[in-house]
Design a protein around this ligand. Structure first.
Ligand code: ADP
Length: 298
């Protein structure tokens, strides 16, 4: 096994932050760890790369235990923090990695696919958030680690920058194992081969993206605000369709089956209701009662 996490537990005070996590990975590809803020993603990833200690369980990479210092050389890790030195240029940062790993590459040429050549002689402190993140990723990929782990690499970036970074990650994963955490599940899932959904330190669902969608027991979701609920009930003739209600704050979510679609499609023309095919964030919400993002959409 390339990566083996067995019965991993971690507690801070009396809070179980990771509660019996089991993950086995043996093939290249993108593995997504998705969950809301505070669900335990960073703790899990930092234990995996040997930066934090676990309380119980086993974590091994190619049979080497994660508390062995050798782990740090086997896995590349991108933290959420900006770890670039402020008063150096992009060129200097890259040459530093080049020397550290004894690489024989032309660092200017290397930057082409990261669209960073124009910044080569600029100070890192003057780069935008998205450009800094692309540079950190360029540096992470340089040594060619077989396994890389990225903690929320696209958080805080706009949709365009997120897509750019996801495309780079996708490309690296053609020949490597990439583990990524994120809380934009629907977008991240487009670039992931396999997903682990985590909530309050437990894996609540895992599988291939298409498989999770295919196997979910409902096909559509109706979303509305509490204040529009009475109106919704009046519009649906066969009330028994509305049996799977999940509430988050003031938002009502009804999970509906395909055979009942004809009876609810009248809602499509009303602004107060949203009817759409179930997506992964809906499935996450169905299983946990929690939204991945803080903003509720209707
Ligand atoms: P995520 O990455 O999903 O946002 P984290 O792993 O950062 O989640 O945190 C999970 C939980 O563990 C949170 O409730 C957080 O407050 C708690 N936690 C994380 N690190 C520490 C720490 N060093 N001391 C105490 N509590 C911590």
């Amino acid at each position: 096994m390339a990566i083996e996490i067995r019965n991993l537990r971690k507690t801070y005070g009396d809070k179980k932050v990771l509660d019996d996590i089991n993950i086995v990975i043996d093939q290249q590809g993108v593995y997504l760890i998705a969950g809301p803020n505070g669900s335990g993603k960073t703790t899990l990833l930092e234990i995996l790369v040997g930066l934090r200690k676990m309380d119980h369980g086993q974590v091994r990479i190619h049979q080497v235990s994660s508390d062995d210092v050798k782990i740090k050389k086997m896995v590349g890790f991108l933290t959420q923090q900006n770890t670039l030195r402020r008063n150096v240029t992009v060129r200097e940062e890259l040459n530093h990695v080049k020397e550290l790993f004894g690489l024989k590459i032309d660092t200017y040429q290397y930057l082409e696919k990261f669209k960073l050549q124009e910044y080569y002689d600029q100070k890192t402190k003057n780069l935008s958030g998205g450009t800094k993140r692309r540079l950190l990723i360029a540096m992470l990929f340089m040594p060619g680690y077989e396994i890389i782990v990225l903690d929320e690499p696209v958080s805080g970036l706009d949709t365009y920058s997120r897509d750019e970074i996801w495309n780079l990650i996708r490309e690296y994963a053609e020949n490597h194992i990439v583990i990524v955490s994120d809380h934009y599940l629907n977008q991240a899932a487009q670039y992931s081969d396999y997903i682990f959904l985590i909530n309050k330190g437990k894996i609540v669902l895992e599988g291939k993206t298409e498989q999770i969608l295919k196997e979910f027991q409902h096909d559509y979701v109706i979303k509305t605000r509490r204040k529009n609920h009475e109106e919704l009930l009046k519009m649906i003739k066969r009330k028994e369709i509305l049996r799977n209600l999940k509430v988050s704050g003031s938002v009502y979510n009804y999970f509906i089956n395909r055979e009942d679609y004809d009876d609810v499609k009248c809602l499509l023309s009303h602004q107060k209701f949203r009817l759409h095919p179930v997506n992964l964030e809906d499935i996450y919400f169905y299983h946990t009662g929690e939204l991945l993002k803080e903003v509720e959409e209707v």
